[in-house]
Design a protein around this ligand. Sequence first.
Ligand SMILES: [Zn+2]
Length: 319
Amino acid sequence: MRSSDLAPATRRERARARAVASFTLVAAALALPRAALAYCRTSVCPETQSTAAVCNPQQATDCGIPLAWPSPCVSYSLQEDASHQVTLAEAEAIFEQAFATWTAADCGGGTNPRMEVTYLGPISCDAHEYNQRKGNANIITFRDDGWPYGSGGSTLALTTVTYNLKNGEIYDADMEINSFDVTLSMGDDDVTFDLLSIATHEAGHFLGLSHSAEVGATMYADYRPESTMLRDLDDDDRVGICSVYPPGEPVEACDPTPRHGFSDLCAEDQPAPKAGGGCAAAPSPGGGGGLLAAAAASLGALARARRGRAARPGRERAR
Ligand SMILES: [Zn+2]
């Protein structure tokens, strides 16, 4: 059933029921030993080629190299169709604000994270993918016609980060919003599932943060329906983002072009790479075929961690 077939009240009740179930799971999961930890960074464990969270303070059980974009200039693109619930213009305004919340974080003494996030405009591609031999885009797309991850509607969004398994450099990040199951709202009135809260949380994943055990943090794993509290950063979030991208010299000559060049087309619609031309024939530094993996993090169903489930060789997905 398409979500547009449902009456608003019915959809809202269903969504709320799912959210309550999700909250129960989250509470149970986070009552375990990590409850005392604060912000965490998504990390790669080279020995096991798996992802984990490295938290502050670091524990003996933490492993791995924290992920980060290697350049302070990163871009994103919005899928041009946006959603039946959200116009492209509305989505553009909300995601601009979500990223700005992170890049304008107060790192102390009037400094900010050394990171610029640039919007490259709408694109046609709606696939979350990273292309080793073709152009790329870090896409944000709404899933109006179905949520492909079988979460029973408890997942509000999913961010997939592709990175170098050896050094943790992020190559690509794509964000999917579950507009099929979830009644999104914008603004301060009649809040259902606040898109700006969801966007701000997912932007944290996009930039390399994992879930925090701090209940008030934007990177806490759960969203409380009808709230807007994830719009603003908590101290824990600020310390986290400032640790990933410490303040430094002003970013000059910023080039936010995605890895292997920008393309507004999905790989299947791009022309085949020419042999010997451009980056098509150039091996990615440290990022050959077997070295890539993807970690995915989602807001809402995160208690249902499924770490270590290999989606395909060299690629891992964790929620
Ligand atoms: Zn999350």
